[in-house]
Design a protein around this ligand. Structure first.
Ligand SMILES: Cc1ncc(COP(=O)(O)O)c(C=O)c1O
Length: 393
C-alpha cells in the first residue's frame, strides 16, 4: 500500500537542501538569562522574557497556590463551563493596566490577533496592513475573507493610498504592530491614528512586544504616543514580558462583549489553566509595583546596543530591546548564529520567509535579568565571531 504522506519526505528533503530545515534547540532547566541549550551553557539572547520573570519566585508561588486552590484545568471552553473567577479578575486588571473599559483574555497573542480580526471583519470589508505585521494578523485577515491592502513597512503615504482605495467598503480596519518583532522598530502610530480618524477606519495595534516594555509603566506604544482615545483595539500578550502564556484584547466594552459572542478561539478552544491566569496577575502586580524592572531592561538595552555599534555592527532600524545584527546572506546569518552558539551566545539566525530575501540577520533580545557582565561577555563573543567571519573589521 502506498503511503499517502510520502510527499512529506520530498518536502523535508527540499527544506534540508535549501538550508532552511530547523529543529529547535532543547532547553534544560529554567528559561534564564544564562542557561543550558543542547547541553551547552550559553548567554541567552533569544527569549522574549523581557523582564526576566520566567522563573521569578513570586510568580512560581502564585501558580502553585492557584493549583492548590482551583486545580490544574478549567475543564471547558470559556463560553461553556470554563469561565473561572480568576479569568475575570485578570481581565479586570488588564483593562485597568491598559486604561480601557474592558479586556478579553485569549489563549495566546496569536489567537487574540487572528480571532479578533476574523470576528470583526467579513467579505466586503477591507483591511489595511503593514507589510511586516505579525503572522497572526495575516492569518486573521485571511480567515476574515476581507480584501487585503498591504502597505510597505511604515509607509504612511502608501497607507493613505490604500485607505483611499478602500472608500465605500462596509468596514475598514487599519492594523499595525506597535513594535515589529524582527526589526525592533516602532510603528508611526500618531500618523496612522490620524489617517484612521480621517477615513473612519477601525484602528488596531498589536502591542505584543511593547507591553511591559514601552510607554509609562510598560503600557505599550499606545501609551508611549498618548493615543488612548484614537486606538479602538489593543492586543497584548502574556507570553513575553509577562513570561507565561496568553493574549488579550483591550478596548471598549461593546467590543469585548461582541468578541465573547463571536471570536472563534473563545467559542471553540478551552480557557487557561487557573495557574496561568494567577501567574499573569502576579506578573502584573510586579510590573505595577516595581518600575525598576523596566528601567533595568532599558539600561541593558542601551548597554548592548552601544556595544554593538562600537564593534561596527549594522543593527538596522531597531529602537527597542529587539536588536537584529544585519548580515544579509541566509547561509552567512545561520553560520554566524552557529558560531556564536559554539562560543557561548545563543542568538537565532532569521532568514526568508520570516524576513525578506537578502535581509537575513541574527536577532538578539536582552532582558532585565542579564547582568552587565553577561552582556559585556556576549559583546566580546559577537565581536570575535564578527571579525572571524568578516562581518565587522
Ligand atoms: C508581534 C507579535 N504579535 C503576536 C505574537 C503572538 O503572541 P503569542 O506568542 O502570545 O501567541 C507574537 C509572538 O510570537 C508577536 O511577535
Amino acid at each position: 500500500m502506498s503511503d499517502p504522506l510520502a510527499f512529506l519526505d520530498d518536502e523535508l528533503r527540499a527544506l534540508r537542501e535549501s538550508g532552511v530545515y530547523r529543529w529547535p534547540r532543547e532547553l534544560a532547566g529554567e528559561q534564564a538569562p544564562v542557561c543550558v541549550y543542547d547541553g551547552r551553557r550559553v548567554i541567552n539572547l533569544c527569549a522574549n522574557n523581557y523582564l526576566g520573570l520566567a522563573n521569578d519566585p513570586t510568580l512560581k508561588a502564585a501558580a502553585r497556590d492557584a493549583i492548590d486552590a482551583y486545580g490544574v484545568g478549567s475543564g471547558a471552553v470559556r463560553t461553556i463551563a470554563g469561565n473561572m473567577a480568576i479569568h475575570d479578575e485578570l481581565e479586570r486588571r488588564l483593562a485597568v493596566f491598559k486604561r480601557t473599559e474592558a479586556a478579553l483574555l485569549y489563549q495566546s497573542g496569536f489567537t487574540a490577533n487572528a480571532g479578533t480580526v476574523s470576528a470583526i471583519l467579513g467579505k466586503g470589508d477591507v483591511v489595511v496592513s503593514d507589510a511586516l505585521n505579525h503572522a497572526s494578523i495575516i492569518d486573521g485577515c485571511r480567515l476574515s475573507g476581507a480584501d487585503r491592502k498591504i502597505f510597505p513597512h511604515k509607509d504612511v503615504a502608501a497607507a493613505r493610498r490604500c485607505l483611499e482605495e478602500a472608500r465605500g467598503a462596509r468596514r475598514v480596519l487599519l492594523i499595525t504592530d506597535g513594535v515589529f518583532s524582527m526589526d525592533g522598530d516602532v510603528a508611526p502610530l500618531p500618523e496612522l491614528c490620524a489617517l484612521a480618524r480621517e477615513f473612519g477606519a477601525i484602528m488596531m495595534v498589536d502591542d505584543a512586544h511593547a507591553s511591559g516594555v514601552m510607554g509609562a509603566g510598560g503600557r505599550g506604544t499606545v501609551e508611549h504616543f498618548g493615543m488612548h482615545d484614537q486606538v479602538d483595539i489593543q492586543v497584548g500578550t502574556l507570553s513575553k514580558a509577562w513570561a507565561c502564556l496568553g493574549g488579550y484584547v483591550a478596548g471598549r466594552r461593546p467590543l469585548i462583549e461582541f468578541l465573547m459572542q463571536r471570536a472563534r478561539p473563545l467559542l471553540f478552544s478551552t480557557s487557561h489553566p487557573p495557574s496561568v491566569a494567577a501567574t499573569a496577575i502576579a506578573a502584573l502586580d510586579l510590573i505595577e509595583r516595581d518600575p525598576g524592572l523596566i528601567d533595568r531592561l532599558w539600561d541593558n538595552t542601551r548597554l548592548f546596543k552601544a556595544g554593538l555599534a562600537r564593534l561596527g555592527f549594522d543593527t538596522g532600524a531597531s529602537e527597542t530591546p529587539i536588536t537584529p545584527i544585519m548580515i544579509g546572506g541566509e547561509a552567512e546569518a545561520m553560520r554566524f548564529s552557529d558560531r556564536l552558539f559554539e562560543e557561548g551566545v545563543f542568538a537565532l539566525g532569521i532568514a526568508y520567509p520570516t524576513v525578506p530575501r537578502g535581509k537575513a540577520r541574527v536577532r538578539t533580545i536582552v532582558s532585565a535579568g542579564h547582568t552587565p557582565q553577561d552582556l559585556t561577555r556576549a559583546l566580546a563573543i559577537c565581536g570575535a565571531v564578527g571579525r572571524e567571519m568578516g562581518v565587522v573589521r
